[in-house]
Design a protein around this ligand. Sequence first.
Ligand SMILES: [Zn+2]
Length: 66
Amino acid sequence: MPVPSAPMKATCKSCGWSQVVPQQGDVIFTPKTCKRCGSEQLALEKAGVLDALNPISFILDILKKR
Ligand SMILES: [Zn+2]
């Protein structure tokens, strides 16, 4: 599945920390752990207007690749 070059947003479910990561090309680059508390409970989503469309399936897709 092609990955659009849209910025990704990682949000920590434990402490609320979040980071927007610009994407370049088709390489997914997102933090795997929270930079603040070290939790791996990060919610990954596209940082943009498409956020609300289908974030859950996208998150599950990311988790499968870990
Ligand atoms: Zn955290």
